[in-house]
Design a protein around this ligand. Structure first.
Ligand code: C2E
Ligand code: CA
Ligand code: CA
Ligand code: CA
Length: 279
């Protein structure tokens, strides 16, 4: 029994080593990816169901990995977020969105607001506001073209601090949306105080709308809560026509999801916007 236990222990150790090695491997190649400019942004449209029109986009990070090809953040974002790398990557995302927005507007395109995902470490760093301000100036991008998207649990980690910080973003003219809403235990008392503009209903509540009366109740309640607080409410991860209709009949006009479009590259965004202006 003793030797068996010992074997199990060794096996477990090896598995842990393998995980740590992979983690280190990804971390190393993320450094290289920054230097070699292997990151690219895709954009997923947000749509108003009443007008059928695109009202904005969420910028989503992709890695043109030399071996894996175009890679979604599921593979690497947790590694980046656990290290300081997320600051540098996040800064690149901010710069790139601003550059892209200025280019689109100069071409006469009107993409609406583009949402940028901001990680916890970025929020905690004291440089974020100064970085955004400086890059707004340098890029010629206007603050009202941008929305910052922050997951609920980061905001609630230190709600008092978040309120002060988010107020400063709002003073700069940036909109703030709470991402993955419903998964992070928001205190309603704080929610009232948060200077935010939008709630994004997490896709986990949207996925089972057709089959779960509980999820329908949650979605409806979030929609009403948001409206009552004077916020814009958007449902994420809407994949099917049935989900879209349930969301719409619950009083929510804004969706983002495969049912309208997957995230697409910048060129495709331009096509979408040109087609829409002919509608
Ligand atoms: P998120 O912020 O919740 O973004 C939504 C994710 O849902 C995206 O995955 C999007 O492609 C996916 N999605 C959109 N519509 C649907 C749908 O109808 N069905 C399903 N099943 N999924 C849908 P993606 O692009 O793989 O990004 C995953 C996560 O990586 C994001 O989740 C976000 O947490 C993180 N991420 C992405 N870009 C950035 C970034 O620039 N900075 C930071 N810090 N995190 C990012
Ligand atoms: Ca997001
Ligand atoms: Ca989300
Ligand atoms: Ca998420």
């Amino acid at each position: 029994a003793k030797s068996q236990g010992r074997n199990r222990y060794i096996f477990f150790d090896q598995e842990m080593n393998q995980e740590t090695n992979e983690h280190l491997e990804v971390e190393k190649s993320l450094h290289k990816a920054l230097v070699n400019q292997e990151f690219v942004l895709h954009y997923q449209p947000q749509v108003n169901l009443k007008s059928g029109k695109i009202i904005g986009f969420e910028a989503l990070l992709r890695w043109k990995h030399p071996k894996r090809g175009l890679t979604a953040p599921g593979y690497f974002i947790h590694v980046a977020e656990e290290s300081e790398l997320i600051i540098e990557i996040g800064n690149w995302v901010i710069k790139e969105v601003m550059r892209q927005l200025k280019e689109w507007h100069d071409k006469g395109l009107r993409p609406g607001k583009v949402a940028i995902n901001i990680a916890g470490k970025q929020l905690e760093s004291n440089h974020l506001i100064a970085f955004i301000l400086q890059n707004l100036k340098e890029s010629g991008c206007r603050p009202e073209w941008i929305e910052l998207e922050i997951v609920e649990r980061f905001i609630m980690k230190d709600a008092t601090k978040s309120i002060a910080l988010l107020k400063r973003f709002r003073e700069l003219g940036l909109d703030i949306s709470i991402d993955d809403f419903g998964t992070g235990h928001s205190s309603l008392a704080y929610l009232k105080e948060l200077p935010i503009t939008k709630l994004k209903i997490d896709q986990s509540f949207v996925q089972n709308l057709e089959n779960s009366s509980e999820d329908r109740a949650i979605a409806r309640t979030i929609i009403e809560l948001g409206r009552g607080l004077g916020l814009v409410v958007l449902a994420e991860g809407v994949e099917t026509k049935a989900q879209k209709e349930l969301i719409h009949s619950s009083g929510c006009d804004l969706i983002q999801g495969y049912v309208f479009s997957k995230p697409v590259d910048a060129k495709s965004v331009e096509e979408m916007l040109k087609n829409q202006s002919h509608m």
